[in-house]
Write a protein that binds this ligand. Sequence first.
Ligand code: AHM
Ligand code: MG
Length: 340
Amino acid sequence: MLNSHTIHAPQILTIERHILEMQRKFPEATGALTGLLYDLALAGKLIASQTTRAGLVEILGKEGSVNVQGEQVMKLDRLADETIYRLNDHTGRLAIMGSEEHEDPLPIPEGYPKGKYVLLYDPLDGSSNIDYNVSIGTIFAIYRRKSATGPGTLEDCLQPGRDLVAAGYLIYGSSTMLVYSTGQGVHGFTLDPTVGEFLLSHPDIRMPQKPTYYSVNQGYENLWSEGVRQYTYYLQGKKKGFKGLSLRYIGSMVADFHRNLLTGGVYYYPAVPSQPQGKLRLLYEAVPLAFIAEQAGGYASDGRRNILDIQPESLHQRTPLFIGNRGLVEKAEEYIARYD
Ligand code: AHM
Ligand code: MG
């Protein structure tokens, strides 16, 4: 029987219901975006079910071998890539896809209907961590197609972050989470593995005003520009007026970003002489996280301009990235303008 305690208990909201309730605010919505987001949540569950078994490679079979079920064993990043593609290639929601794993845009196969959205994704980010039981993630960006009909084109993929319809990430960590935004705040869901549902656990995430961490691969310090070095001294509290932050660096951007989103802080991956454009990819790494950061009250820059304002020129374009609390990212721009 209900009593006053149960009536005031927090609501349990599945991702499906949450996305549907968001959709209701747009009477003109056809449900295509809702379905697409829901399929990405499903892809996340399927990928998580594999990442949790990553350490069993030795006993279940190495890549290229045939496993106990008689299936060809695939590397996790290829498996994640195929999972996302195959869940979305036949739904009629997408005109084209683009993945970190493929040089060219991925067309929708002949015979399947072409839809109005474009999906760009990094199937498994932080791949250097896969073999060591460290958190990894999937990042996705969704645009409206620009071409009118027929198969989507490369131009449909080359849109500035400003035009994003939705973006988000999945993180495969101590729990699996999906964090997304359609431009109405940032919402986080945690997978309850016992029932296989993503439940709303972090409604309307805002980056705390007071930051806690800075995250950078400090091992490259001797390769940095003077601006980046001076900026790092600032973050370490070596300049007047700021007491400094703790350092945390996982080397999986999704995990580093996610932590800083919840604690406040800044993640950066600057350019170095051997990677003058930076390491990270603009379209499916920097832009979607920049959108999430901005929706949570933060900011992302390439050191000189807003990541969301960059007009991409190629699918796998790289960019330096500074992302996190607005004040901290603006400080990076200040140091870079002063010293570089
Ligand atoms: P990946 O897409 O090959 O995994 O590369 C991107 C990753 C980010 O997740 C991470 O922040 C960065 O590369 C780590 O690079 P480094 O090992 O040079 O610090
Ligand atoms: Mg990546």
